[in-house]
Design a protein around this ligand. Structure first.
Ligand code: DLZ
Length: 193
């Protein structure tokens, strides 16, 4: 029976030329995470995102992703954040606690801040599964980057950032206003958010 299920998602042509994207990567499982981060960054650039508009930083582990994403979202310098990590199940219940909490945490951050947070955390039972989704198979960082561009554009449109208007949270419209100055994601990549 064909239930119409898919293993990947399709995207219309993306224009990333005006969006600012943050990438926060973990330092746990570096071979996997580095491949995901590189796949995401390459895809952002291939789809028109300006290098200066990509802000990259790292945190120790997946547990730290939600609070780092919140700090970056509150800095008002990005339109979407890709949170990249990899949890590999061990012999204890540690994995379950972190996987559940990180996914809930990232959802909470994006809803509270109106900055989309892409769930780029692989939750794998084995190292082979992690490899197949990063450095030796289909790199999931590619679709996370495309999702980030789409959601960043949606955010700009919903908040009126792409128009000559003030922020309106989807309500009202002020024609004729001059566009607000648009800060870059990383005017100086040495500074932290
Ligand atoms: C402690 C821990 C373990 C056991 N496994 C992982 C993992 O597979 N992936 C990951 O991103 N982080 C792991 N961590 C670290 C936690 O995410 C966190 O950094 C520490 O518990 C400190 O808060």
């Amino acid at each position: 029976m064909d239930a119409g299920s898919v293993k990947s998602v399709s995207f219309d042509k993306l224009d990333g030329s005006k969006v600012r994207i943050g990438i926060i990567s973990t330092r746990w499982n570096p071979k996997v995470v580095d491949a995901l981060q590189e796949g995401a960054k390459k895809t952002l650039l291939e789809n028109g995102v300006v290098d200066d508009n990509v802000f990259e930083t790292s945190v120790p582990g997946s547990w730290e992703l939600p609070v780092a994403a919140r700090f970056l979202a509150l800095s008002a310098t990005v339109d979407a954040i890709i949170c990249v990590g990899c949890l590999i199940k061990g012999e204890t219940s540690h994995y379950e606690y972190i996987a559940d909490t990180v996914s809930t945490g990232l959802m909470s951050v994006q809803l509270q801040t109106s900055v989309p947070c892409i769930f780029g955390v692989l939750t794998c039972l084995t190292e082979e599964q992690a490899a197949a989704r990063s450095y030796s198979g289909e790199n999931h960082g590619v679709s996370w980057a495309k999702t980030a561009i789409e959601m960043a554009s949606l955010r700009q449109s919903a908040l009126g950032i792409d128009k000559k208007t003030t922020l309106n949270l989807g309500f009202g419209k002020t024609d004729g206003d001059e566009p607000k100055p648009f800060p870059k994601a990383a005017p100086d990549k040495k500074i932290y958010f």
